[in-house]
Design a protein. Structure first.
Length: 179
């Protein structure tokens, strides 16, 4: 694991502990697990993504990050198997299907970042984090994003920054888990 990734994981841990959140590390994924998922989905993950998942194969239901979708929102990291299940569920849908679905929703395509297409899933987008009603993905470009990370390490940096700036995300996550 690169020092930079280790520092960001330690930063994340410090933020979580500061706000009295759990930081329970799961058994890490093996190289074989990661290589198997890469073969199935046809995506080569970057080294930091792989090292993060070797460190902990997801965060369970615990908040370990934040993203800015149409608003700041907390996320948990899916296990590789859960992410594969999520990916498999949407793999059969193509762009034509998404165009049909998108007619049901109104958003101004002109306002979207030009790196973002107005569709929810694609076979080359691998979900790795859950935020209640959506996922963050590797090589993903959903409808409402205010930033795009060029690599997993930068995603984690931005996520940590958002958690530092918006500690209320922890409280919102707890409310989202209540029945």
């Amino acid at each position: 694991m690169k020092d930079e990734l280790f520092r960001e994981i330690e930063r994340m841990k410090a933020i979580l502990l500061k706000y009295k959140q759990d930081f329970v590390v799961n058994k890490g994924a093996s190289d074989e697990d990661i290589e198997r998922i890469e073969r199935i989905v046809g995506i080569g993950f970057d080294d930091d993504f792989k090292d993060f998942y070797k460190f902990s194969n997801g965060s369970g239901d615990e908040v370990w990050g934040g993203v800015f979708s149409d608003e700041p929102i907390s996320i948990s990291f899916l296990s590789l198997e859960s992410a594969l299940e999520e990916w498999t569920a949407f793999k059969p849908y193509d762009e034509k299907q998404y165009r049909e679905w998108s007619k049901r929703f109104s958003f101004d395509l002109a306002k979207l970042d030009n790196r973002i297409r107005p569709f929810w899933r694609h076979k080359f987008w691998f979900p790795f984090a859950d935020f209640g009603n959506g996922v963050s993905t590797v090589k993903h470009d959903p409808d409402f994003v205010d930033y795009v990370a060029d690599c997993f390490l930068n995603f984690l940096r931005m996520s940590n920054k958002l958690l530092e700036e918006k500690p209320e995300l922890f409280e919102e996550w707890a409310h989202s888990l209540q029945p």
